[in-house]
Design a protein around this ligand. Sequence first.
Ligand code: ATP
Ligand code: MG
Length: 295
Amino acid sequence: MKKVNGQGDYFRIKEPKWSWEEIGGLTDAKERLREMVSLPLKLPDIFAKVELKPPSGIFLWGPPGGGKTILSEAAAKSADASYITVKAIEIISEPEEIERMYDTALELAPTVVFINEIDALAPNRKQQLPWSISHTRDAPLRLAPTETTKILYEQLDRMSSRKDVITIGGTYRPDVVDPQLLRKGRLEKKIYVPAPDYEGRIEIFRIHLKGTPLSKDVSLEDLAEKTEFYVGADIEGVVREAKIIAIREKGEEFDSLEARHFEEALRRIPPYLSPEIMKKYNETYEAECDHCYLF
Ligand SMILES: Nc1ncnc2c1ncn2[C@@H]1O[C@H](COP(=O)(O)OP(=O)(O)OP(=O)(O)O)[C@@H](O)[C@H]1O
Ligand SMILES: [Mg+2]
């Protein structure tokens, strides 16, 4: 990760590391990102030939720890594009950095710009929090001043005619976002990144256990069965915890992870999502996103 022009550390140019195969489940989200980000950045001439204008921006939303950040990296990587990442919270007080970030994106184009927690940069100022704050992992949000949001919109509008810079804004709070952010020419396409389903969880366990010796009593199907409501980051946490438990117990005798190590890990790590929160996400998806996959 290198700093830009040796200045500040507000946005980062990063080598995208994650690839599609290392991301379990989330088949639909991957497919849409391929179509809407990777292919257009990789094959601009073909898109021009058939007069297909790719979306200028994607609104990527879903529960925290669900894979939004790594999906955006994989989209950049598979397009051989540059990848610039920024946390909205960090750039809030430095609005001129937003313009500099997009200047850099143009210099390095084709580029994916990923703005994490975009709700903080483009908050809905009119509406009360539709979901209660207890649905978030974090303390109440720090919001950008109106002027900063305006600068973001100016930059998104500046990029809207370009085919070589695509912005992906990630959030786990779709309920607090300014509708102006989702206007045509800005983050005009919405992609939902849901909690992984049963098959997805099996894949995520497999990915995070790659290379780890497992005893015969460990069944990934069984683990997936027991982890309804766990997102990718939770599963990663369970695997890490199971490894620590096993090493603590076996020390130098460690040979493999056993089912009971996972059982203890699952007791230690509850899922982030509850049925109640999951319902909020799914209701929002049904209400908002019916047509959002259409190109
Ligand atoms: N589908 C997945 N497959 C494999 N690993 C996953 C998956 N989803 C999440 N992870 C793991 O969880 C970590 C956190 O995921 P990520 O940062 O992409 O979540 P996020 O949706 O961006 O969360 P937030 O809303 O908090 O920013 C990843 O670095 C990865 O190790
Ligand atoms: Mg993220």
